[in-house]
Design a protein around this ligand. Structure first.
Ligand code: NAP
Length: 248
C-alpha cells in the first residue's frame, strides 16, 4: 500500500494533467478523475507508468456525490490519502448575467463549488488528525476571474471561484490544528482547452496584450505552484492563494 496518495480531480487534461505528471515525478501515487475523455486519461496513466510512477484513472464527475465517493474509494485502495488537488472546473459560453438560466448556474456552482467542497470533505475525513489521520494538504484551483469579475463573459464562473477563495481561507483555519493545510492557486490566462470549451479557442493568444509578461502561462507553470503548496517546503503556509498570472 502506498503511503502517499494524491487525489487530483480533472486530471486528464490541462492543469490537472500537468499536476498529475509533476506529482508522480515527485513520488506521489496519483489517483485522478476525468469525465469525458477516457483516451486522454488512459494515455496519462501509461505515461506516468512508463516513467516509473503509478497512476489510476477513475471516471468521476465531481458534480455527483456518489462519483466523488467512488474516486476516494479508489484512492483508499491504493493507500493513504496525503493530498487533494481540487482542479476540476468548467466555464460556459460567454453571456451576460441577464441572459443566464438557472440550469447554467446550477451546473456552474455544482461542479466548481460543491464538487470541490465535497471532495475536500472526503480528504479531511481521511487526513485530519481529528479523524485519526496523519495530516495532508489540499490545493484548490481558483482563478484571476474571482478578482476581475469576468463581466460580459462569465460572471457566474468568477463568482464560483470567489466562493473557492472564501472556502480556502475558511477550511484552512478550520483544520489548521489538525495537520491539514489548505491553499489555492489562482491562475491567470493559461493555455489549455478550457477556453475552447467556453467557445473562445484562441483566448489565450488573444489576451496576450493584457498580460504584463506578454504571454499566456502553461499548465506546467501552474502545476509547479500546486506542487510547492503540497510539499513540506510550504509547511507553514495555509489559507494562502498563490497567483500565477504573469503579472495580470
Ligand atoms: P481543462 O483543460 O478544460 O481541463 C479540465 C479537466 O477537468 C479535464 O480533465 C476534464 O475531464 C475535467 N473535468 C471537467 N468537468 C469535470 C467534472 N464535472 N468532474 C470531474 N472532472 C471534470 O481545464 P484547465 O484549464 O486545466 O483548468 C483547470 C482548473 O484551473 C479549473 O478549475 C479552472 O477553472 C482553473 N483555471 C484555469 C485557467 C486557464 O486559463 N486555463 C485560469 C484560471 C483558472 P475530461 O477531459 O474528461 O472532460
Amino acid at each position: 500500500m502506498s503511503d502517499r496518495v494524491l487525489v487530483v480531480t480533472g486530471g486528464s487534461r490541462g492543469i490537472g494533467r500537468a499536476t498529475a505528471l509533476a506529482a508522480a515525478a515527485d513520488g506521489f501515487d496519483v489517483v485522478f478523475s476525468y469525465v469525458s475523455d477516457a483516451g486522454a486519461a488512459e494515455s496519462l496513466v501509461a505515461e506516468i507508468g512508463a516513467a516509473g510512477g503509478r497512476a489510476v484513472a477513475v471516471r468521476a464527475d465531481v458534480g455527483v456525490e456518489a462519483d466523488v465517493l467512488a474516486l476516494f474509494a479508489a484512492a483508499d485502495a491504493v493507500g493513504r490519502v496525503a493530498g487533494l488537488v481540487n482542479n476540476a472546473g468548467v466555464v460556459d459560453r460567454a453571456a451576460r448575467v441577464d441572459e443566464m438560466t438557472v440550469a447554467r448556474l446550477e451546473r456552474m456552482f455544482r461542479i466548481n463549488v460543491i464538487g470541490s467542497v465535497v471532495a475536500a470533505r472526503e480528504a479531511v475525513r481521511r487526513m485530519s488528525t481529528r479523524h485519526g489521520g496523519r495530516g495532508g494538504a489540499i490545493v484548490n484551483l481558483s482563478s484571476a476571474a474571482a478578482l476581475l469579475g469576468a463581466p460580459g463573459q462569465y460572471v457566474d464562473y468568477a463568482a464560483a471561484k470567489g466562493a473557492i477563495d472564501s472556502f480556502t481561507v475558511g477550511l484552512a483555519r478550520e483544520v489548521a490544528a489538525e495537520g491539514v493545510r489548505v491553499n489555492a492557486v489562482r491562475p491567470g490566462i493559461i493555455d489549455t482547452d478550457i477556453h475552447a470549451s467556453g467557445g473562445i479557442p484562441d483566448r489565450a493568444e488573444a489576451m496576450r496584450g493584457a498580460i504584463p509578461m506578454g504571454r499566456a502561462g502553461t499548465a506546467a507553470e501552474c502545476a509547479a505552484a500546486v506542487l510547492w503548496l503540497l510539499s513540506d517546503a510550504a509547511s507553514y503556509t495555509t489559507g494562502s492563494i498563490v497567483t500565477v498570472s504573469g503579472g495580470r
